[in-house]
Design a protein around this ligand. Structure first.
Ligand SMILES: [Zn+2]
Ligand SMILES: [Zn+2]
Length: 248
């Protein structure tokens, strides 16, 4: 499909400059599908019309289906780096569910199961009431983690154990976020919950995913950002309390 370039800024990096490039097939930033284009932003970003027009959750699924990494930070950073995503919408908690399901499938090399499990993830995530999350955002991050565990737990334990572990994971997420004792921040909660999920998977499923060391918030201009108090902006010894969580 020939792409139209009528946008003023690159939707991914907001760069205003576009470059004429050799006409040919280039890969979509999200889904890696082939896009025929003769222009990119100066950083080389290309996005297909489907991903550009899709809602956040479906853009995440399209990327996760193609991503083969078992490192949650590598999968997440595609979205954390893009201005098209992470605008503070409730649906963005789905990143937790989808990234963790994808990391587990990739870790086990169960690539053929991924599509069905991501669809299950979306269905479970969509049952989380938006009004509840809007009123009490932190629960959105914790419940998205619970949805992840219910999806992957089915192949590893009986229903009673899945019920117990997913509730333990939800409560651990709420507990850790509450103990940060900084202003609320949706993106901070998403990043922290992903690290908690990695630890929890190691404890309960005995799978050691790469610890998401490279998970870095790139939205510190947000009015909700705790700035100096955010563990994802500054991982120095300034915040030794969280050094265990982050593995530093
Ligand atoms: Zn760009
Ligand atoms: Zn695409």
């Amino acid at each position: 499909m020939k792409e139209e370039h009528n946008q003023i800024n690159c939707p991914i990096c907001l760069n205003e400059s576009f470059l004429a490039i050799e006409t040919g097939i280039h890969q979509c930033y999200y889904c890696l599908d082939e896009v025929q284009t003769d222009m990119t932003c100066t950083k080389g970003h290309v996005i297909c019309q489907y991903c550009l027009n899709a809602d956040f959750k479906h853009r995440v699924i399209r990327h996760c289906l193609k991503n083969k990494s078992d490192d949650p930070s590598i999968i997440s950073n595609v979205f954390l780096s893009s201005f098209l995503d992470m605008k503070g919408e409730t649906e963005e908690y789905f990143l937790i569910t989808a990234v963790m399901v994808t990391a587990i499938c990739n870790y086990k090399k169960h690539y053929s199961l991924k599509e069905a499990l991501l669809e299950d993830s979306l269905n479970r995530f969509n049952t989380i009431p938006v009004q509840l999350v809007d009123q009490h955002g932190t629960s959105g991050a914790a419940l998205a983690a619970g949805a992840f565990y219910r999806v992957v737990g089915a192949n590893h334990m009986d229903e009673k154990k899945i019920w117990q572990n997913s509730n333990l994971l939800v409560s651990r997420c709420m507990d850790r976020i509450a103990r940060l004792n900084t202003p609320p921040c949706m993106l901070r909660d998403i990043l922290l919950v992903i690290t908690i999920c990695v630890d929890f998977v190691s404890e309960t499923l005995l799978m050691n995913l790469p610890f998401p060391q490279r998970l870095v918030c790139q939205r510190n201009h947000s009015t909700y950002c705790p700035k100096e108090g955010c563990i994802f902006l500054d991982r120095s010894s300034k915040y030794p309390l969280f050094s265990g969580i982050l593995g530093n």
